[in-house]
Design a protein around this ligand. Structure first.
Ligand SMILES: NC(=O)c1ccc[n+]([C@@H]2O[C@H](COP(=O)([O-])OP(=O)(O)OC[C@H]3O[C@@H](n4cnc5c(N)ncnc54)[C@H](OP(=O)(O)O)[C@@H]3O)[C@@H](O)[C@H]2O)c1
Length: 269
């Protein structure tokens, strides 16, 4: 099997990696032998994840506790890893709030743009340039299925994820003849602590994807595809929606959001 540490470089930086999909990637890359830089806000959970992976896989870890909605966090991350080669970058952290668009506060709008657009853009640009100059590296940007077709009551989230899709898919072409692999992955409903804590009232008939399956689909897409919907059901659903008149597709998504998040759409904090 191909040795990914030799191929990409020894350290992986994963934002938002103390739990959920980020932790799933951390575990997967630790098993490959990568040393890990992990970030999150809650120190105890972050340190627990780092210790768990360090002990199980005999790797090195660095942890950075910070709130990535705060201006300055991008510079803090870049500075924190300035002395090591980041061979693998996973932009995983996101900020979202299901709510009617006009009920979102200015502060909320700004934070969604800062975390989902500016942070992903600048970390991809900074580390991507270093990887291009070394002619080796990998970037996985974690987007969402919602970035494919407009999603009422998740307007900012789907729009910012759509930005990540188009930026990363363009970069894929620019780097496809180099040794830097880039992919944007688009999970659907995935059984993470964050998603489950929102208490959605239904999953839909086809259930929900596991973190492990989401991570495996993502790793398999790297080096093959520009963008990848990680759940087979999503690939069918998105294709069916694209075949409809746009207004019908948006209406299907809107009705879905209302049923999944019923009762949660009034709060705008
Ligand atoms: N789960 C899904 O159904 C689903 C579907 C589509 C796309 N996605 C995408 O997958 C990615 C991960 O989602 P997830 O469900 O795994 O999330 P999650 O379970 O809530 O985990 C989020 C991780 O990021 C950290 N984090 C959250 N906000 C942060 C902040 N402001 N600053 C620094 N760290 C922060 C969390 O730790 P702390 O809370 O301690 O900071 C945690 O480690 C996101 O990009 C999301 O949009 C998820």
């Amino acid at each position: 099997m191909e040795n990914l540490v030799n191929k990409y470089g020894g350290w992986a930086l994963i934002t938002g990696s103390s739990q959920g999909i980020g932790k799933g990637f951390a575990r997967r890359l630790a098993a490959e032998g990568f040393n890990l830089v992990l970030t999150a806000r809650r120190v105890d959970i972050l340190e627990g994840t780092a210790a768990e992976l360090r002990d199980e896989f005999n790797i090195k870890t660095r942890t950075l506790s910070l709130d990535m909605t705060q201006p300055g966090s991008i510079e803090q991350i870049i500075e924190f890893v300035a002395d090591i080669e980041i061979g693998f970058l996973i932009n995983n952290v996101a900020f979202s709030k299901p709510a009617p668009f006009l009920d979102l506060s200015e502060n909320n709008l700004s934070k969604q743009i800062y975390v989902n657009v500016e942070t992903v853009t600048r970390l991809t640009s900074h580390f991507g340039r270093l990887m291009r100059d070394r002619d080796r590296g990998a970037i996985i940007n974690v987007s969402s299925r919602t970035g494919e077709i407009a999603m009422p009551y998740f307007a900012m989230y789907c729009a910012t994820k759509s930005f990540i899709n188009l930026m990363t898919e363009s970069l894929w072409f620019e780097l496809k003849d180099t040794n830097v692999d880039v992919v944007v992955v688009k999970p659907d409903q995935t059984a993470t602590e964050g998603y489950l804590s929102k208490n959605p009232t239904i999953w839909g008939d086809a259930g929900i994807q596991t973190v492990e399956d989401c991570v495996e689909e993502s790793m398999n897409a790297l080096g093959k595809y520009a963008g990848w919907l990680t759940w087979p059901k999503s690939r069918d659903d998105v294709k069916a929606l694209r075949d409809m008149p746009l207004e019908d597709a948006i209406s299907v998504n809107g009705a879905g959001m209302l049923s999944v998040f019923s009762g949660q759409l009034k709060s705008t904090s």
